[in-house]
Design a protein around this ligand. Structure first.
Ligand SMILES: [Zn+2]
Length: 130
């Protein structure tokens, strides 16, 4: 079970900004290895499964064979993935919780699930810059 980490961020909407909390799933080196092995295995399984597909197998089989180690390497190098953001919407001050995709990275734009204002999620270190 990956550990949940929290990081303080800013939620911005236009001129207003609020503090928010980014919740991340952090992986130990062993968990990263397991995640990498899983994606590699899945990719090569797909390569085997695409063998009987006449025509497409010329592309799919080498594609999945190559993608396996590449995806595995990318996954191994990922120390943590974003899970969700909690905080208060700068626009109407309501409490919000924004689900994030594993591929999301800050800074990013999204919108408030309650009032649909566009929100920018920014890491605190970056917001200190001019
Ligand atoms: Zn809102």
């Amino acid at each position: 079970m990956p550990a949940l980490e929290q990081r303080s961020i800013f939620i911005r909407s236009g001129e207003q900004q609020n503090e928010g909390v980014l919740h991340l799933q952090a992986f130990t080196p062993q968990e990263r290895l397991v995640r990498a092995a899983k994606v590699w295995g899945l990719s090569w399984l797909l390569a085997v499964l695409s063998l009987p597909i006449i025509g497409a197998h010329w592309v799919l089989v080498p594609g999945f064979l190559l993608a396996g180690p590449i995806w595995a390497f990318k996954r191994y190098r990922t120390p943590a993935v974003p899970d969700h953001v909690t905080g208060h919407c700068p626009s109407k001050q309501e409490e919000i919780s924004l689900p994030l995709e594993a591929s999301d990275s800050l800074p990013m734009w999204t919108h408030c699930p309650v009032c649909h204002a566009s929100l920018q999620l920014v890491e605190r270190e970056q917001s200190a810059l001019p």
